[in-house]
Write a protein that binds this ligand. Sequence first.
Ligand code: NAD
Length: 352
Amino acid sequence: MSLEFVHDALPGRVVFARGARRRLVDEVTRLGLRRLMVITSERQLDLARALTDGLQDRLAVSFTRVLPHVPDSVAREARTLAEEHSVDGLLSVGGGSITGTAKIVALTSGLPIVSVPTTYAGSELTPVWGMTTGGRKETGRSPMVLPKVVIYDPQLVEGLPRKVATSSALNAMAHCIEALWMSTATPVTTLMALEGVRVLRQGLDELVTDLTPAAFENLVLGAYLAGASFAVAGSGLHHKICHALGGAFDLPHAETHAVVLPHALDFNIVAMRADSATRLTSALGGTDAVESLRDLYRRVGAPVSLAGLGLTAEQLRVAIQVVIEKLPIENPRPVDADAVRAILTAAYRPKP
Ligand code: NAD
């Protein structure tokens, strides 16, 4: 088969270094921003204050009432505040919920975003926004929400609690693995995704065996490669399942991705391009991709069941129905109602 692809490269500047947070003032100056709105959470407020120490004359207002999945009431409040204070830029400091709030303000205002991520969610690299209205999460793509600059400082993730870090890194792993099997994957997204899998696996192992600064560098680099590959290749079955679970039952985002990933991979591995499957297996450091991933989960103590995340049997039934209603779903292996039922049932209470 001859090689053919369309790679829609996305713009954006990335500054990556231990201590990169100290370059924030230069980056804000480079963009000519003079009235920033800082978007963060109460929990990250001290960090945001420390980061913006040299920017006092350019801070117009702070917004800290961030909630997961950006409820529309939070979006309204943040947008109004930005308008009232005539801000000319948004500085987000935190995980995906915080980046998501900045994106929703940028979507309607066109304000540029400077993003300082503190988890491995990868949202800062994608043009995807999300907002929840009446319990339903709506998502979309817009170039307006893509940050102008992302500052990756591996020192900023050192304080993430181990459990949060593990699930968040597996959320990034899910971006990489799904990017590999999408029909929109390109040789460039595949390269990024495979290297993402490799450094995430290495960083996760180092989290439990050899906690040096290199572990955090690997994990943050993995998050970057995950976001960058997923941003171009798009999302399919795995993300659709997690989205349905998160939206309907408010399950924790990163943990849900972590639990579903081995089952989505188990289902799709036979239908992946042979070269991608072989390279994935090698990036996971074994001879069988699914088993290598499961081994990694055992080594790092990752969450493995939806029941363990609090999903009830009745909710499982509803979740299966919600995903079935989304069919047809773009996927390398055709997905029918039985397949959805099998994947979700296996993820609910996996066999020991
Ligand atoms: P999150 O932002 O809610 O953070 C998870 C937890 O980590 C929170 O309790 C937070 O307080 C804590 N935390 C964050 N940084 C910390 C730090 N440095 N030290 C200690 N604790 C810290 O969750 P998330 O998993 O980062 O992001 C999930 C959200 O991002 C979801 O809404 C998801 O839909 C969205 N997302 C969007 C995209 C996209 O492309 N649009 C991609 C990935 C995720």
